[in-house]
Write a protein that binds this ligand. Structure first.
Ligand code: HEM
Length: 534
């Protein structure tokens, strides 16, 4: 190359491959153009910088306004003026040994029945005041919080809960869906599910029998998770999963989407951290797996309906009916179908976690277990199956299950938008509020010696907790599956205690893990023995 030649050595420059070079005059011309461009761009750059700075100042002023509007509400000191409490939240979300709800509990005890948390310009008001809980949760006037539900509409770009029953905000849309789903959860329909509850629980008993013979340690959480998933597969979608005997990607997929959900909802930077790429990929795949499986079950059922086959009036049939209502497009119908089936499939997790926590507490409280055994022996005796009428007679078991959800609210919180200002406990509230049964159920002012596992709190003659215990939420948006879940839990527990002795493996932790739903961290490792040798 001579001194007069300038080579533009960028691989995308077309002249490079053809050996095209420029003379000095051309280079000077190019530099002049560049000079003009820089001359033009510099003021534009400064203007943009000024604009950005002004926008930042505007945002800071808005932030100051938000602070002034809400700072009369007590709350922990902010980590930073702009980010508010995001730093604390991210630390808690990233620390697997800490439970965010325990921090909420500490703040509730310190700052009282209403306290505030700041997230950029958004303010969250946490409430444990029973009167406000009653007023807000029981009323259809207060809708679910839009911001939160927007964040879980999609999960890392994959459609997740969308506009399904649990996430839909609009009251009328929700009401239509809920009315259609109701028959699949009516007591008449649930009575007919006793056979399935018994048969599936029986498979668990067979499995436990093998484990008792082999004297192996078992994770009760894993086993009950298989049972509840098998039940929901059968009664909601008409499919036999048989997870107690076959391996399946579903349990891990559900765990991944739930964990992804809390990371996505609580840590705004999670998605952008390269360290999390592999996990995000797994969550996306899990979402797709659950959606496509749901879609396959839906299509099979739709075909059966079209062919005039006699289909059960189960949850899936009701979901299909609900999608055909209103002025929805085919696309929103498909979305609703997928979202509802995904959600129902995920719901069973909360029951499995309740069962596992219950077994854990019984293992730690032999006196409670003994009393329960007596009741079960009296009501069920040596019968193989638990009948619908038996369920009503297992009152101490009901108390034990309620106490389990008091200490371990497996679905720990909910939230509502407050369209107009209200006053809670003498404090003027201008915004959305969040509630947590986990928090209020563990407060000394509502439950004496709150960390003690004591089913007598729910004795039929004991005073009822006043709007401080609501593991299934309250009011119109409360859990549709409450009776379903508690019937299933009773059948599993009654059979387990009727047939087996279980002992917790020593040295395991009794900590709680937050995976979107709360679950026992240890998995509840037990050794099993037959109660009756015959
Ligand atoms: C121990 C077990 C369970 C617990 C503690 C529980 C708890 C809850 C809670 C707290 C909510 C309200 C969520 C919110 O406000 O965002 C809810 C909603 C719901 N749950 Fe459950 N749940 C359980 C089991 C189930 C089961 C097994 C099913 C279905 C088979 C189910 C179906 C639903 C549905 C459809 C909703 C949405 C209701 C609506 O918005 O109209 N749940 N559940």
């Amino acid at each position: 190359m001579t001194q007069r030649q300038v080579c533009f050595a960028t691989s995308s420059f077309p002249g490079l491959n053809t050996g095209l070079f420029f003379s000095t005059s051309e280079a000077l011309w190019a530099m002049a153009v560049l000079g003009v461009l820089v001359g033009w761009l510099t003021p534009v750059f400064y203007f943009l910088l000024l604009l950005l700075f002004t926008a930042f100042l505007g945002y800071c002023a808005y932030m100051k306004y938000v602070h002034m509007k809400y700072d009369h509400i007590p709350g922990p000191p902010r980590d930073s003026f702009i980010f508010g409490h995001i730093g604390t939240f991210m630390k808690l979300t990233r620390d697997d040994d800490k439970l965010i709800f325990d921090q909420f509990l500490k703040w509730s005890e310190k700052y009282g029945p209403v306290y505030r948390l700041n997230f950029l310009h958004t303010v969250i008001i946490c409430v444990t005041c029973p009167h406000a809980t009653k007023e807000i949760l029981m009323s259809p006037k207060y809708l679910k919080d839009k911001q939160f539900h927007k964040r879980i509409f999609n999960l890392f770009g994959e459609r997740f809960l969308g506009n399904g029953l649990v996430t839909v905000i609009d009251h009328d849309l929700w009401y239509k869906q809920r009315r259609i789903m109701d028959p699949a959860f009516s007591s008449l329909y649930l009575r007919g599910l006793m056979g399935t509850f018994n048969e599936t629980a029986e498979k668990l008993m067979d499995k436990l029998s093998e484990e008792a013979d082999n004297q192996t340690e078992v994770s009760m959480l894993k086993l009950v998770n298989c049972v509840t998933m098998d039940v929901i597969g059968k009664v909601a979608f008409g499919v036999e999963l048989d997870l107690l005997n076959k391996s399946s990607p579903f349990p891990r997929a559900i765990e991944a989407v739930l964990l992804g959900l809390i990371k996505h909802a609580r840590d705004i930077f999670f998605e952008y951290n390269p360290k999390n790429r592999a996990f995000i990929k797994e969550v996306r795949e899990a979402c797709r797996l659950l959606r496509t499986t749901g879609a396959q079950w839906i299509n099979e059922r739709k075909k059966a309906i079209e062919n005039g086959e006699n289909v059960p009036k189960d949850i899936l049939t009701q979901i299909i009916k609900s999608a055909g209502q209103g002025e929805n497009t085919k696309a929103t119908d498909e979305c609703k179908l997928g979202c509802n089936s995904q959600f129902i499939f995920i719901c069973q997790e909360t029951t499995a976690n309740q069962l596992a926590f219950c077994i854990m507490e019984l293992g730690r409280h032999p006196e409670v277990l003994e009393k329960l055994r007596q009741e079960i022996d009296e009501v069920i005796g040596m019968k193989r199956d638990v009948s619908y009428d038996d369920l009503g007679n297992l009152t101490y078991l009901s108390q034990v299950l309620k106490e389990t959800l008091r200490l371990y609210a497996t679905a720990p919180g909910t939230n509502r938008d407050i369209p107009e200002d209200i006053v809670i406990d003498g404090i003027h509230i201008p915004g959305g509020v969040t509630f947590s049964s986990y928090v209020s159920s563990r407060m000394e002012k509502f439950f004496k010696d709150p960390l003690k596992f004591d089913p007598e709190r729910f004795h039929p003659d004991a005073p009822k907790p006043y709007y401080c215990y609501y593991p299934f939420s309250l009011g119109p948006r409360s859990c549709l599956g409450l009776n379903f879940a508690q019937m299933e839990a009773k059948v599993v527990m009654a059979k387990l205690i009727q047939r087996f002795d279980f002992t917790l493996v020593p040295g395991q932790s009794f900590d709680i893990m937050d995976t979107g739903t709360l679950r026992p961290k240890s998995g509840v490792l037990c050794t099993i023995k037959h109660r009756h040798s015959d």
